[in-house]
Design a protein around this ligand. Structure first.
Ligand code: BTN
Length: 324
C-alpha cells in the first residue's frame, strides 16, 4: 500500500509541469488521508525528490536529485520481477562478483546488484571498466533462464536493445550497437555489457548481465587514455539525467524482451537488434584472442553469433572479438 501511495503521488506530480496539487487532491487520487500524503511527501523528499509545498496551493515537483538508493530504484519501478529484489551498495570491487556470489546463494531471478562506485570494475577480455563514484550506472542483473549455455550470448543482444531503447526514451539520444556488446553515440562508447554465466554442459544455472553506462560524466571525468573513445549521456546532450529513471526503464524493457524471447524465440529480438546495429553490412576486422579476420559482416546467426565472409568467400562464425 505504502509504495502504491507514493507511486500515485509521483504520477500526479509528474503529470503536468509546474502545476500544484492540493493535499486533498492527492489524497483522493491515492485513496488515503491527507496526513498519509504529508508523510509520504516527507519520505519522497528524503529519497531525493525535490517537492515544493506552498500554503493554499499545495505540492509541486521541482525535480529529483540524482541519488541512487534502494528506495528510489523501487519507487516507480514498473516490472513484475526484474529489479524487485535489489541490493544497492556504495562501493564494491565489482557488481559482477557480488551477483555471482548471490547466484550461488539461491538469489531469485531478477535480483539486481547496483553500486555507486566499483573499484575493480571489469570488462570483456579481462579489461578493466572505469566506474567512478556517483556518475554512472554500474549494475549486474541475475537471470535464471532454463536454457542451454550456447544461448547465453543472445542475452547480450537482448540487453543491448533494452538499453538503446531506454536511452532513446529517457534521454532522446540515438545509440548504435557495435557487435557484440558496445553501445556507441557518435562513434564513442557509452555503454558496455558483460554477460557471464554459471552453467553445466546442458543447462544455465544463472546468467549475470553486467551493464556499465556512462551517464553524467563530463569529458574531464574520463582519463586521458579513454577520453577519445568514451562518452556519456551528459556529454552528448548537455543534460543531467536521473540514473534511477534510466535503470527503471532498462529493467522494464528487459522484462518485456525477455518475455518475448521466452515465448517466441530470438528471431523477433534479432530483427530489432539489426535496426540499431552498425557492424552489419560493412567491411570489418575482427580480432579474436588468437587471430585477425578481415571481411564483410553479413549478419548474425539465430544464436547471436557474427557471420563474417572473408575475401575467399569463406564464412567465419565469430563468437567473441573486437571489431574495427
Ligand atoms: C565491456 O564493454 O567490456 C563490458 C563492460 C561491463 C561493465 C559492467 S559495470 C557493471 C558490471 N560490473 C563489472 O565489473 N562489469 C560490469
Amino acid at each position: 500500500m505504502a509504495s502504491k501511495i507514493r507511486e500515485s503521488i509521483l504520477e500526479a506530480l509528474s503529470s503536468s509541469d509546474n502545476s500544484y496539487f492540493s493535499g486533498q487532491e492527492l489524497a483522493d487520487q491515492a485513496g488515503c488521508s491527507r496526513t498519509a500524503i504529508w508523510k509520504h511527501i516527507e519520505d519522497l523528499r528524503s529519497s531525493g525528490f525535490m517537492i515544493e509545498s506552498r500554503r493554499k496551493k499545495g505540492y509541486r515537483l521541482l525535480g529529483k536529485t540524482d541519488e541512487l538508493n534502494e528506495n528510489n530504484l523501487l519507487v516507480g519501478l514498473k516490472t513484475e520481477t526484474l529489479g524487485r529484489s535489489v541490493l544497492f551498495l556504495e562501493s564494491v570491487e565489482s557488481t559482477q562478483k557480488i551477483a555471482h556470489r548471490l547466484a550461488q546463494e539461491t538469489a531469485p531471478e531478477g535480483t539486481l546488484v547496483i553500486a555507486e562506485e566499483q573499484v575493480s570494475g571489469r570488462g570483456r577480455m579481462a579489461r578493466s571498466w572505469h566506474s567512478p563514484k556517483g556518475t554512472g550506472i554500474w549494475m549486474s542483473l541475475l537471470l535464471r533462464p532454463s536454457l542451454p549455455p550456447q544461448k547465453a550470448p543472445q542475452f547480450t543482444l537482448i540487453a543491448a536493445v533494452a538499453i538503446v531503447e531506454a536511452i532513446k526514451d529517457k534521454c532522446d539520444l540515438d545509440v548504435d550497437i557495435k557487435w557484440p556488446n558496445d553501445l556507441l553515440i557518435n562513434g564513442k562508447k557509452v555503454t558496455g555489457i558483460l554477460t557471464e554465466l554459471q552453467a553445466d554442459s546442458e543447462q544455465i544455472h544463472s546468467l549475470i548481465i553486467g551493464m556499465g553506462i556512462n551517464v553524467n560524466q563530463s569529458a574531464e571525468d574520463f582519463s586521458d587514455d579513454i577520453r577519445e573513445i568514451a562518452t556519456s549521456l551528459h556529454i552528448e546532450s548537455d543534460k543531467t539525467f536521473s540514473r534511477a529513471g534510466i535503470v527503471q526503464e532498462i529493467l522494464s524493457n528487459l522484462e518485456k524482451y525477455y518475455a518475448v524471447y521466452i515465448k517466441e524465440g530470438f528471431e523477433p529480438i534479432k530483427e530489432i537488434w539489426e535496426k540499431y546495429a552498425v557492424t552489419i553490412g560493412r567491411q570489418i576486422t575482427a580480432r579474436t584472442l588468437n587471430k585477425e579476420i578481415k571481411g564483410f559482416a553479413s549478419g548474425i546467426t539465430n544464436e547471436g553469433v557474427l557471420k563474417l565472409i572473408d575475401e575467399t568467400g569463406e564464412t567465419h562464425l565469430i563468437y567473441s572479438a573486437d571489431i574495427e
